[in-house]
Write a protein of this length. Structure first.
Length: 169
């Protein structure tokens, strides 16, 4: 039960969270944003920073640029990178592809897949149900806040009712 924990203690417990909006410090550089992500750490963050830059090369190119000058997709990458700087045991993403172009959305999903394949569990809320289910080990379809369907992404995509009602066919 984490309800009594303040945000810092939740991070210390291993929770990395990327909110849908207002998820960067716009006046700070990309590098400063990533450093802020490591606020709970007292060890050398250089290796983690290098891993984030490997995962999101555009952030290395723009490391001295203010986050507020980045495109929406680049800000999302920065927000995910900042969450990874805590070395979480669970990464939670709230609508990571909201408001980004289809090309950037595909890139973000590719990076999310790479993170998950690296062994980090990801809990993601996503409106783009088809793409999210295509990569989900386990998926939940919520209707008015209640769980209506549960299964692997592939199982739910094969479910006629889910496909008809939520996936447009």
């Amino acid at each position: 039960d984490i309800t009594a924990l303040n945000p810092q203690d939740r991070v210390r417990a291993g929770m990395g969270f990327v909110p849908q909006v207002n998820n960067t410090f716009p006046s700070m550089s990309c590098e400063e944003n990533l450093e802020m992500g490591a606020f709970i750490r007292d060890d050398d963050i250089a290796d983690t920073m290098a891993q984030v830059y490997d995962l999101f090369p555009i952030l290395k190119d723009k490391r001295r640029q203010a986050a507020g000058e980045l495109s929406g997709g680049q800000r999302q990458q920065l927000a995910v990178g900042r969450a990874l700087m805590t070395r979480p045991s669970l990464l939670m993403l709230d609508e990571p592809t909201a408001g980004v172009s289809p090309i950037v959305m595909d890139e973000l999903f590719d990076r999310i897949i790479a993170i998950a394949r690296g062994g980090l569990p990801i809990l993601m809320v996503e409106q783009n149900a088809k793409q999210a289910m295509a990569i989900a080990d386990k998926a939940y379809v919520l209707v008015q806040g209640a769980n209506a369907h549960t299964g692997s992404g592939k199982e739910l995509m094969a479910n006629d009712e889910v496909r008809r009602t939520f996936l447009g066919g």
